[in-house]
Design a protein around this ligand. Structure first.
Ligand code: GAR
Length: 201
C-alpha cells in the first residue's frame, strides 16, 4: 500500500477524489496525512474521513526554506519520506513553490498536478494565462516535482478544448473534471510500479 501525503491550499476537490478512490479496498494507495499552507477549505475532506491534517504557514517562518523543512518534518511524522517505503507526496492544489530543500528531501517521490499542458502556462494562473494567450486547447499535467517551477518530468497529460468566450472559472472546472480521474489513476500507476519514479532520481 502506497502511503500518500497530500498538500492543498484550496477547496481540495482533487484530495476528495483521492480519498474516495482510496476507499476502494482494491486501490493500492492510502492518504495518511493532509497538509496545507493556510486554513484551506479542503481540510474538511480530511477531517470527514478521519485523516490526520495540519496547517504549516509560511508567515510563521523566517524563510521559505525553513517553512519547507517544517512541512517536511510534519509529513515525515506520518511515515512519508522515510524508511524503505517512502510513499508519495502529492501536491494537489498547493499554491506555493516547494523550496529546494523540501524537494531534495522527497525526490523523486513527489508529484504535482497542474491545470495546463506543461511546458505551456506554468505558474499560479495557468487557466487565465491560456485564455489570455488565445489558446484553443489546454488541459492538465501530472508531473514529478523538481527544483524548478512546474518544470519536472511529465508523467501524464489530458487535453481540454477551450470553448469560444469561455470564462476562467468554467474552463477550470472542466479541466478539474479531467484532472481528478487522471491524478487518481497516475497515483494508482505509481503504486503498482507501472510508473517507476526511481528513473527520475
Ligand atoms: C487544481 O486545478 C490544480 O491543478 C491547481 O489548483 C486546483 C486545485 O483544485 N493547481 C495549480 O494551479 C498549481 N499551480 P482543488 O483544490 O479543487 O483540488
Amino acid at each position: 500500500m502506497l502511503k500518500l501525503a497530500v498538500l492543498i491550499s484550496g477547496g481540495g476537490s482533487n484530495l476528495k477524489a483521492i480519498i474516495e478512490a482510496a476507499g476502494d479496498p482494491l486501490y493500492p494507495a492510502e492518504v495518511v496525512c493532509v497538509g496545507a499552507d493556510t486554513d484551506a477549505a479542503g481540510l474538511a475532506h480530511a477531517a470527514a474521513a478521519g485523516i490526520p491534517h495540519f496547517v504549516i504557514r509560511p508567515s510563521d517562518y523566517d524563510s521559505r526554506e525553513e517553512w519547507g523543512m517544517a512541512l517536511a518534518a510534519a509529513i515525515q511524522e506520518h511515515g512519508v519520506g522515510t524508511g524503505p517505503n517512502p510513499g508519495l507526496v502529492v501536491s494537489a492544489g498547493l499554491m506555493r513553490i516547494l523550496p529546494a530543500g523540501f524537494v531534495r528531501e522527497f525526490s523523486p517521490n513527489l508529484i504535482n498536478t497542474h491545470p495546463a499542458l506543461l511546458p505551456l502556462f506554468p505558474g499560479a494562473h495557468a487557466v487565465r494565462d491560456a485564455l489570455a494567450a488565445g489558446a484553443t486547447e489546454t488541459g492538465v499535467t501530472v508531473h514529478v516535482i523538481d527544483e524548478g517551477v512546474d518544470t519536472g518530468p511529465v508523467l501524464r497529460q489530458s487535453v481540454v478544448e477551450i470553448r469560444e468566450g469561455e470564462p476562467e472559472d468554467g474552463l477550470h472546472e472542466r479541466i478539474k473534471q479531467q484532472e481528478r480521474p487522471l491524478l487518481v489513476d497516475t497515483i494508482r500507476q505509481i503504486a503498482t510500479g507501472e510508473l517507476d519514479l526511481s528513473q527520475f532520481s
